[in-house]
Design a protein around this ligand. Structure first.
Ligand code: SF4
Length: 280
């Protein structure tokens, strides 16, 4: 494995990493102490709003390749936290992700996860690990719409039933580390009814909501800052704990949904293509 190039914005530094077989994945160093790592080459969930899933899944990363991203970047940057939130669905490569997790823990790193939730037996195991946070991406509570947005993510009703049964068995502290992630897209999943359902679910589960701000990249539109704030207040006024996307996640370089597999071969020419190609 080797770093091919590492373009940076004022907020994030993206590492384009070549694997032994020539495929490339990406990791992002942000907030001065956190590394977001990829778990697969491509992604089997194929979310319509995310660059990472455009070509589907090419292969799983090995545990060494997941951990190896940390080994490469730690040479030049401080890392205290790992966010398993890059390219791939961690639960779809669970044995390798779990092995890498324990290696990260041996280094005393805090490890948090983003997942779409399936297989549910893996989600249960994940939540039981000594993680620093598990964010479950729902993005819509309407079964049909979620399937449209996240074609291979699994049935949201089964996910909700599982969470309703499992979360109450956890300690309050453990449950406090589980949240629902909801990516707001204008005219898609941002209606009053959508937010009402989300607030009811979060309240009944006793978990917080992470309201994600969309990086306009694949044909959907983000909310205006005013409407984003309104959505935040709507949930908060109903007693839901809400967090908003921080500036690192909103950044066009390496922010949510922007990481690409085999970027140099991508027919899609992202905003930062020229930036990093000139740095080679
Ligand atoms: S948002 Fe996550 S689960 Fe969906 S395609 Fe992108 S990497 Fe995969």
């Amino acid at each position: 494995m080797r770093v091919l190039t590492s373009p940076e914005s004022p907020l994030n530094k993206l590492f384009l990493i070549e694997l032994e077989d020539g495929n490339t994945v990406e990791a992002v160093h942000y907030r001065g102490d956190t590394l977001c790592v990829s778990t697969q080459v491509g992604c089997p969930i194929e979310c319509k709003f995310c660059v990472s899933g455009r070509e589907g899944l090419l292969r799983n990363l090995t545990a060494e390749e997941i951990y190896g991203q940390y080994e490469l970047v730690k040479e030049c940057h401080a890392i205290k936290r790992i966010a398993v939130a890059g390219i791939g669905e961690p639960l779809a490569n669970w044995e390798n992700v779990k092995s890498a997790f324990w290696k990260f823990k041996e280094e005393h790193l805090k490890v948090s996860f983003y997942t779409t939730g399936f297989p549910l037996k893996n989600l249960r195991e994940l939540i039981e690990l000594p993680h620093a946070g598990v964010s479950i991406s729902v993005h819509s509570l309407n079964k049909e719409l979620r399937k449209e947005l996240m074609p291979f993510a699994g049935n949201v009703n089964l996910l909700i039933d599982f969470l309703k049964e499992f979360l109450p068995t956890l300690s309050r502290k453990k449950r406090g580390k589980v949240s629902l992630a909801y990516l707001l897209m204008e005219g898609v999943n941002d209606s009053r009814e959508d937010l009402e359902s989300l607030s009811e679910l979060a309240s009944s589960l006793g978990v917080s909501v992470s309201l994600l701000f969309y990086n306009d990249i694949l044909g959907f539109s983000r909310l205006s800052p005013e409407r984003y704030e309104e959505a935040f207040l709507f949930l908060r006024n109903r007693g839901v704990r809400v967090t908003l996307s921080n500036r690192f996640r909103k950044d066009k370089l390496g922010g949510c949904g922007t990481l690409a597999v085999n970027r140099a071969l991508e027919p899609y020419k992202p905003y930062n293509f020229l930036l990093w190609s000139t740095k080679r």
